[in-house]
Design a binder for this molecule. Structure first.
Ligand SMILES: *Cc1c(COP(=O)(O)O)cnc(C)c1O
Length: 409
């Protein structure tokens, strides 16, 4: 176990002594299922009846015509149950938990999407479920907290520290140390101590497997470039893994926020604000100051707003196996508007980062070149943020009148 889970200098498992045995067991059980083709079949079967696998690969003919360059295809992870690729990871871990005989799951969540996905999985499998969330996020993300509670989860507001995601992660680890025998910690992205980066990437690899087969069926050839947004890196790992042995350019797009020189962004691989370090049990590029204090992050999309990044992507970055770019908040809002109006598709703000970058590159490509954009999720969840960004007056009237109704209660 000691040497496992390293990607060049990145990754590893830096754990309190008390958790080592739990991680060893998790790693051993994960090895078993990874070597068992029957497990993969049961996973795909579950995802095809409970979620929407295989998700379609949509030819974006209007956007293609509009830009006049490469053919644009969209991998539709938004059509998953609960509206994003997160379902792939939580359902895969759910099957594993059932095999391990545990009855309780815990998770951390920032924006609430991973919390909702985990609470959904727990309801389906009949597990007890506790979700840790910074108190600030509980207030900001009330709609997701509402759904987690309705789905049967207990949501615990964390009042330590700055009361956001990193504090929730610490609290979830504290819970796990106390309840290792009964409980599994459902980590939400391809980060954290080994085996999580590998395990989450494994479940998400269904995206790339399908996309490769689909483009070969439709076009009879590989794409030239594929684009995915990068928060922790799980949807990008999922898509990239399908093309890692192919002559396909892999492009990861980070949150450029107000610009990578502004101090208001979440770009770890395209800015000068990040450096390698060890935190939260693993080594990667973190947005940190010279003393190792984590920096504040900013993005219009809550799901890309994270200080670390997958150690697997960190290595691919250093080795030049993937190219990393960023999209700013303004570029993202413009790409979202264009995609809605040209294709009738509403990407999540996270996914719209990949769209924004692809839209910059597609026009300069030739008409017989092909790109695939991963639409990691659907945008309905972003209605508050997007309506604000569009400054929609009728939406404001609606919010004010709704608030008025409660005041008169
Ligand atoms: C959570 C989320 C992301 C970011 O997570 P990754 O692990 O980087 O994929 C991206 N898109 C959507 C829609 C999300 O919900």
């Amino acid at each position: 176990m000691k040497d496992r889970g390293y990607y060049g200098p990145f990754g590893g498992a830096f754990l309190p002594e008390i958790l080592v045995a739990t991680f060893d067991e998790l790693d051993a059980r994960f090895r078993e299922i990874k070597n068992d083709p029957e497990f993969w079949r049961s996973y795909v079967s579950l995802m095809s009846s409970y979620s929407c696998r295989p998700t379609p690969l949509t030819f974006a003919e209007n956007l293609t015509r509009y830009f006049g360059g490469a053919k644009i295809y969209i991998k539709r992870e938004d059509l998953n149950h609960t509206g994003a690729h997160k379902a792939n990871n939580v359902m895969g871990q759910g099957l594993l938990v059932r095999k391990m005989g545990k009855k309780r799951v815990i998770a951390e969540t920032g924006a609430g999407q991973h919390g909702v996905a985990t609470a959904t999985m727990a309801a389906k499998f009949g597990f007890d479920c506790t979700i840790y969330m910074g108190e600030v996020d509980v207030i900001r993300q009330r709609p997701n907290v509402f759904w987690m509670e309705q789905l049967g989860a207990t949501v615990v507001p964390v009042t330590d520290g700055t009361r956001i995601l990193k504090d929730a992660i610490n609290e979830a680890f504290r819970d796990w140390v106390t309840n290792m025998d009964s409980t599994h910690y459902v980590l939400g992205t391809a980060c954290g101590p080994h085996p999580f980066p590998e395990m989450v990437s494994y479940f998400q690899s269904v995206i790339g497997k399908e996309a490769r087969k689909q483009i070969m069926d439709i076009e009879g050839r590989l794409p030239d470039k594929v684009f995915a947004c990068v928060g922790g890196g799980s949807n990008a790992m999922g898509l990239f893994s399908g093309f890692s042995d192919d002559p396909v350019e892999l492009v990861g797009v980070e949150a450029g926020g107000k610009g990578v020189d502004s101090g208001f962004h979440a770009s770890r691989l395209c800015s000068d604000d990040a450096s390698p370090g060890i935190a939260q049990g693993y080594k990667t590029y973190f947005l940190q100051d010279d003393d190792g204090q984590m920096k504040e992050t900013h993005s219009i999309s809550a799901g890309l707003d994270y200080v670390g990044v997958s150690p697997i992507l960190a290595q691919m970055h250093d080795q030049g196996k993937a190219r990393f770019e960023y999209a700013t908040d303004d570029e993202v809002v413009a790409a979202l508007k264009l995609t809605m109006q040209k294709e009738g598709i509403i990407p999540a703000l996270e996914s719209a980062h990949a769209f924004a970058r692809a839209f910059k590159e597609a026009p300069a490509m030739s008409k017989d070149e092909i790109i695939i954009i991963n639409q990691s999720g659907r945008g309905d969840k972003d209605i508050f943020t997007v309506a604000d960004a569009f400054n929609d007056p009728k939406w404001k009237d609606f919010i004010v009148s709704k608030a008025g109704e409660y005041q008169n209660d």
